[in-house]
Design a protein around this ligand. Sequence first.
Ligand code: NI
Length: 178
Amino acid sequence: MSLLPIHLLGSPVLREPSAPVAEVTAEVRRLVDDMFETMEAAEGVGLAANQVGQAVRIAVVDAEGSRIVMINPIISEASGKDREEEGCLSIPDVYGEVTRPERIVLEATGKDGAPYRLEADGLLARVIQHEIDHLDGILFLDRLSPMKRRLLVAKYRREHKEGGGLLREVARPSGRTP
Ligand code: NI
């Protein structure tokens, strides 16, 4: 397995709609493994494939004890409303409150190639929706008011000066062997 660099705000691939996965091949499974490793090293709760530079409909989630592989995911039902703070591995140090449905039904294909259905609420539902947004080229910033978005983008640009690049190398947690 290998750690993959994470694309940061401004990288065009984050705005690209991702292509459906035709078949769960060995290559797809390897990408899923690398994404889990990268997400864990970056201490994230979710990661979409375009965040590691591949615009395909694959995302991984590790939240509230659920470790989920989502290939070609869709939200088939959504209800309620919930407002909580979100962040994103592609926009470090920036957080904003996002309103989303509170309960969802996820339909996706797993790493074994089999379709599944999952009911989720709370943080898990939020992370799943955040990652599916990524696959559609949407960032959580897009779901904030225009004023809040401008403020946060300005803060991000201040703290991440030009020349820092659009890739973030993720390091393995110290004390762990590669
Ligand atoms: Ni994100």
